[in-house]
Design a protein around this ligand. Sequence first.
Ligand code: APR
Ligand code: ZN
Ligand code: ZN
Length: 361
Amino acid sequence: MAQQVKAVIARAKGAPVEVTTIVVPDPGPGEAVVRIQACGVCHTDLHYREGGINDEFPFLLGHEAAGIVETVGEGVTEVAPGDFVVLNWRAVCGQCRACRRGRPQYCFNTHNAKQKMTLLDGTELSPALGIGAFAEKTLVAAGQCTKVDPAASPAVAGLLGCGVMAGIGAAINTGDVGRGDSVAVIGCGGVGGAAVLGSRLAGAAKIIAVDIDDRKLATAAKLGATHTVNSTTTDPVEAIRELTGGHGADVVVEAVGRPETYRQAFYARDLAGTVVLVGVPTPEMKLELPLLDVFGRGGALKSSWYGDCLPSRDFPMLIDLYLQGRLDLGAFVSETIELDAVEQAFERMHHGDVLRSVVVL
Ligand code: APR
Ligand code: ZN
Ligand code: ZN
């Protein structure tokens, strides 16, 4: 039986989000219906609302979520009703060339639920990042669900579904930060802050946090940054070089997504260092670099897609570390809110002191 539940949608470009009733069908083959317990508010949701991703309105927003599997469709073996799960953007196939080469983050055949959730009048909804979890229940592909230890609070677990995983993964998966490394993180919001946390987890000796906002730098210090640089008053490239014996950092994580910070990341790395680009630029942004500088510096320039994570490997591991008190994921939950307060949470995003607002249902 299809169910009617409360959910937050973006009906038209730029219009405030609204709480409405949606229809969630029974799960078909390979699908699962998940009762959402918590879902973080991410910039990408706002981006959908503003028409910055595509124009397939109306969107069912929310994509950093954890909850309990309620029902599963035919042939589902990954999860069962009652499982506590964290949702991810896309189920990978496990069969294609990318999957077989151990790079499932580049899977050619990712999938989401085949059936559509709708409004009461039958209008089909586009779920944000294939999830749509600002809702009491949502329909996903079973492969989008990863079982984790139910001792973790849903508000914390859900954050692994997007920004926090992107940041931790940028450091530990893409940047391959190692014991004793020096790391610089440019931009210490939710993603950059998580990169600081990931670098500490990996055993980095120096973690240099760069931001334009002192409050973000204070948070970064709590998360494990050993040095902080406010780039409105200090040249971050020079500061990073000075702090690393004149060489530059072994790994630089760019978590802003702007040309000037990409440039800083490029020049702040050690000659053999790695630059990890996790901040997402807009289509118009361009960066001009002397080719000789590209040639003359070794190391690697890498982009990090979703922290290059493999949910089935990374989500349970990070939750276990959190439960053991070895990874302060709780620091990212700045406030918990109700489903009808998403619009206000969007406004607070730009005031600088919120890492994540999390809707708890
Ligand atoms: N130099 C340094 N820091 C900057 C600059 C700058 N020029 N401009 C902005 N910042 C800082 C902000 O002060 C803030 O702390 O970057 C941080 C951005 O954080 P959030 O707004 O919380 O964004 P976040 O969710 O962390 O995402 C960062 O990563 O995944 C991508 O799409 C995401 O591009 C976005 C980026
Ligand atoms: Zn694949
Ligand atoms: Zn997100």
